[in-house]
Design a protein. Structure first.
Lengths: 256, 272
């Protein structure tokens, strides 16, 4: 079946083109990168100011702990707002434009439509991550980077972006209006992040409620610890969200 | 690519003998609807609809608002799955092979939905890729259709700023880009000026002469007498009339249409 990838790649190219042409994508990229750039400068200034005191510590935190990883942490925080805004129109916008039936009529399966749109959005988000990462990497020749820790944190943020994007696409597939999709994705993402807040406050660090929370799986990676269980959690969330979106589109094609 | 199209492309080049060996003696209809049914909003929108359309013929689909024309066209175009019955394209079950829609069917829905942030060329490219065209083939097809529909002055204009008539022409270009064997047009003359309507009629006849089967849904009886070979009248989701259009016999068509529409109104009044 060579058709599925052909249809999917056409949908992906179409969505990528739409992302590039919509001012929202550019405005979000410009504002967030400016914000991250400003924070990078502040983090770097603070790092340089405390360098003499840290020199006395044998295993003191370095550039990666004090500048690169906190910068990625800020990107992760921004993602809660940026990803829903970016994904809100992915399918809800098509529905509103009346262009969703056009995609159905090309014979591309619902999975191809969802995957094509998801991959285009993910491409934009990974580019955003790469541009953010470029800031600390530009100083790699002048400082000592902990490559392992940076790679683990980058993987954690990349997985988080991928999961939020999948959640956003799923919300967009159910919503009749992009704004509803954005609100739903934001609320779900925040709920998923802090679902274990009560348990944490009560001093409970295990159990299903902690396993469900995104923070449980993201924070170890930001500290440099990659476990297959955490990676699997993100993969499961992505697969579940995309499967729901696919199911929704299939139902829409069935029911009209 | 459909088998017959591949063969016809070879015609006159090097293996004409293949035509006699592969094409069946009785060519299948371009599209055949068998007892098609579909419910919408809890009521039957289309019921038990059977129709067949050979290549090169233009079928006018007439009906009052809510007669089930758009639902029927959406099902034929592959955008909506029927609840019952089957659709056969060139003898093959379309519902079993929905990917056939990719190259076989060109569809212009009502009000030509477009992506407002893409310009005319980007639209054609996107539609071409979705229909399986790439590289030089896509560029050539795009150039041809832009010239044919006189879209050159609009080529770089965003779809979001096009007038309704221009949107309609772009929608038509997208439907024709991949040279479909079946063209499904839902109210294509909407918002077109009289000059553009005349051009549209010429284009439809041109497509039919080239062997494309065309289904044209319209409210305008004059549209049917001007371009269609056959007319089917839908009322309350069922097929009430299917017959040839006799030249420009507008009066006969009008009489048939109103008989069907008014007869049902009388029935409804009597039932009330």
């Amino acid at each position: 079946m060579s058709f599925v990838p052909i249809g999917m790649s056409a949908v992906m190219r179409l969505e990528w083109r739409r992302l590039r042409m919509r001012p929202l994508g550019w405005v979000l990229a410009a504002l967030t990168l400016a914000w991250l750039g400003w924070n990078f400068t502040l983090l770097l200034g603070s790092f340089l100011a405390g360098q003499i005191q840290r020199a006395a510590l044998p295993d003191g935190p370095g550039f990666t702990d004090l500048v690169a990883v906190p910068l990625l942490g800020q990107l992760a925080q921004l993602a809660f707002l940026v990803v829903p805004l970016l994904t809100m129109s992915v399918l809800a916008g098509e529905r509103r434009n009346g262009t969703l039936p056009l995609l159905f009529a090309t014979g591309v399966p619902a999975s191809g439509i969802v995957l094509g749109k998801y991959l285009a959005t993910l491409g934009w988000l990974l580019l955003w991550l790469a541009l953010t990462l470029a800031m600390p990497l530009l100083l790699a020749h002048a400082t000592h980077l902990d490559w392992g820790k940076l790679a683990a944190a980058s993987l954690g943020v990349a997985l988080m972006l991928a999961a939020l994007a999948a959640l956003g696409v799923a919300c967009s597939s159910f919503a009749s209006h992009p704004a509803i999709a954005a609100a739903a994705a934001l609320i779900l993402a925040l709920a998923l992040w802090s679902i274990n807040l009560g348990a944490q406050l009560a001093g409970i660090n295990g159990g299903a409620i902690n396993w469900l929370a995104m923070s449980t799986h993201e924070q170890p990676m930001l500290r440099g610890l990659v476990s297959s269980a955490d990676v699997l959690w993100f993969v499961l969330l992505i697969l579940l969200s995309l499967a729901l979106a696919t199911r929704r589109l299939d139902t829409e094609r069935e029911r009209g | 690519m459909p088998e017959n199209r591949q063969l016809s492309n070879r015609w006159g080049r090097r293996d004409n003998h293949a035509m006699t060996t592969i094409i069946p003696e009785v060519p299948a209809a371009a599209v055949e609807l068998v007892r098609l049914g579909r419910r919408r909003a809890g009521r039957p929108a289309v019921q038990d609809l059977s129709l067949s359309l050979p290549r090169g013929q233009v079928l006018g689909l007439l009906g009052v608002n809510g007669a089930g024309k758009s639902t029927t066209l959406s099902m034929i175009a592959g955008a909506l799955r029927p609840d019952s019955g089957s659709i056969r394209l060139d003898g093959r079950d379309f519902l079993e092979q929905p990917e056939m829609a990719r190259q076989w069917i060109g569809w212009l829905p009502e009000r030509a939905p477009l992506w407002p942030e893409l310009n005319v060329i980007e639209h054609l490219d996107a539609h071409g890729r979705l229909r399986g065209l790439h590289g030089t083939t896509l560029r050539e097809a795009r150039t041809t259709i832009i010239e044919r529909l006189e879209l050159q002055p609009l080529a770089r204009r965003l779809a979001g700023v096009l007038s309704q008539g221009q949107r309609q022409r772009l929608g038509l270009a997208c439907a024709l880009l991949h040279r479909p064997a079946l063209l499904v047009l839902d109210e294509p003359a909407n918002a077109l000026d009289p000059v553009q309507v005349a051009a549209l009629r010429r284009l439809i006849r041109e497509q039919a002469t080239a062997g494309t089967a065309v289904i044209l849904s319209t409210h305008l009886l004059a549209e049917v007498t001007a371009v269609c070979d056959r007319v089917a009248i839908l009322h309350e989701g069922t097929l009430r009339h299917d017959g040839p259009v006799h030249g420009d016999d507008y009066a006969a068509l009008e009489r048939t249409f109103f008989e069907i529409a008014m007869h049902n109104q009388h029935d409804a009044a009597r039932a009330a």
